[in-house]
Design a protein around this ligand. Structure first.
Ligand SMILES: O=C(O)C1=C[C@@H](OP(=O)(O)O)[C@@H](O)[C@H](O)C1
Ligand SMILES: C=C(OP(=O)(O)O)C(=O)O
Length: 427
């Protein structure tokens, strides 16, 4: 799929029940099933490239996976050495969490990924894991994939992380489950907490006290997961912004996880003036429900706190900034530079191409609200950049090149966008 042309939209009113299932939770379902005794049963698993790669890896590691198209059943008899490399594709979550899971497994493993993933930093997990005895290596002294792991015994640890990263935290929690004593992990700001919630739900001995998670090693295998994966708020947010920038529009996004560490972008949109309500309908592992977003004129805001709670949504939030009155700022967001693309420069370059005044800083950018111009922009191979600028097209028409990357997280994005406007896909 080479490019997409998105036509300017007129007002719409939609209820969307088919938002892509949560990517973070789906990865964890596949991996955590390997720690359980018995069969985990997962419905609404995200069938997108990133998470299907994790599922394939789990199979290569010896798990039995039965998929009837609705429920995925995973049973494991311990992690086995694979006779092949383990390809995480585009997924930072995949590769970093597998580092934690495999550090103590019996055998030798090689993790790799696509050209984008092979450029992303891995020292954030390989160094702390090496410090507790893991035998991990890779290019640039363990910073770049392909990574090789020789499973080893791990020492108990107390780790103070300098970055609020759920991927690092989860890798260390997975390692801690098999370390030789009680471990703790402290982060500077709470990052998404699916790992803690899900593993606790499976019976792991994990306690969370503000920014510190204490983990006692597993004495026995955990209980299997029985879970329906909720919709992904990071995917839902594209359609929240669609309604927020299209006069007289509104959207109801159904069955989304309302985990407080995941809905900060909706809170930011509320601060900008959108009318948003939340309605909890379920609560297993975490609160789940519907989010209703109504158009209202937008005003500029500064986003600088709890950045990890909206890090993936910042590209499309920036489209809302471009449609708001005043200058919005993103600060403390240097982590954006090490995602699938350097999202500070890719957002800034594309907004400039659309005639918006922007300024780039080391840790963020500013966006002066104005009129988005019809333009042709690039995805830089990054799914969130591709989808963000397709949403910008609802305001001004837009051609976005290189959009196959959308399949990493949200394969039915195009189908849903078609409910709002006309799109031409060039294969
Ligand atoms: O743990 C996770 O599932 C994720 C954590 C975040 O990355 P960091 O841990 O690098 O902040 C986020 O950007 C990513 O999309 C998913
Ligand atoms: C950063 C992302 O994912 P990952 O780190 O898993 O590649 C994302 O989905 O925006």
């Amino acid at each position: 799929m080479k490019s997409v042309k998105v036509a300017k939209a007129s007002k719409f009113s939609l209820v969307i029940s088919e938002i892509a299932p949560d990517k973070s939770i789906s990865h964890r379902c596949a991996m955590f099933a390997m720690l359980a005794e018995g069969t985990s049963e997962i419905t609404n698993f995200l069938r997108a490239e990133d998470t299907l790669n994790s599922l394939k890896i789990v199979e290569k590691l010896g798990a039995k996976v039965i998929d009837d198209g609705i429920t995925i059943k995973i049973s494991s008899n311990g992690i086995k050495e694979s006779d092949d490399i383990l390809d995480c594709g585009n997924s930072g979550t995949g590769i970093r969490l597998f580092c934690g899971l495999l550090s103590s497994a019996d055998g030798h493993f090689v993790l790799t990924g696509d050209e984008y993933l092979r450029r992303r930093p891995m020292k954030r997990v390989t160094l702390p894991l090496r410090n507790i005895g893991a035998k991990l290596d890779g290019r640039d002294n363990g910073d770049l994939a392909p990574l090789s792991i020789r499973g080893a015994s791990l020492k108990a640890f107390h780790y103070n992380s300098k970055i609020a990263s759920a991927q690092v935290k989860s890798a260390m929690i997975l390692a801690a489950l098999r370390a030789d004593g009680e471990c703790s992990y402290t982060e500077p700001e709470l990052s998404r907490d699916h790992t803690e919630r899900m593993l606790k739900g499976m019976g792991a001995d994990i306690e969370v006290d503000k920014l510190t998670t204490t983990i006692r090693p597993m004495k026995k295998l955990l209980s299997p997961l029985k879970i329906r994966v909720p919709a992904d708020p990071s995917s839902a947010f594209f359609f929240a912004v669609a309604a927020a920038i299209t006069p007289d529009s509104n959207v109801i996004l159904e069955g989304v996880t309302l985990n407080p560490t995941r809905i900060e972008a909706f809170r930011a949109l509320e601060r900008m003036g959108s009318v948003i309500s939340y309605d909890i309908t379920d609560n297993k592992y975490e609160p789940i429900g519907n989010i209703h977003v109504k158009y209202a004129p937008l005003k500029a805001i500064t986003v600088e706190n709890n950045i990890s709670w909206l890090i993936d949504e910042l590209p499309v939030l920036s489209i809302a900034f471009a449609c708001a009155e005043g200058i919005s700022f993103v600060k403390n967001a240097e982590e954006l530079r090490v995602k699938e693309s350097d999202r500070i420069s890719t957002v800034v370059n594309n907004l400039k191409t659309c005639g918006i005044e922007v300024e780039e800083f080391a840790d963020g950018y500013s966006v002066k609200g104005g009129e988005l111009q019809e333009a042709a922009v690039k995805s830089y191979g990054d799914h969130r950049i591709a989808m963000s600028f397709m949403i910008a097209g609802l305001r001004s028409s837009m051609k976005v090149d290189d959009v196959a990357c959308v399949n990493t997280s949200f394969p039915n994005f195009f189908e849903l966008l078609k409910k709002i406007t006309k799109i031409d896909i060039e294969d």
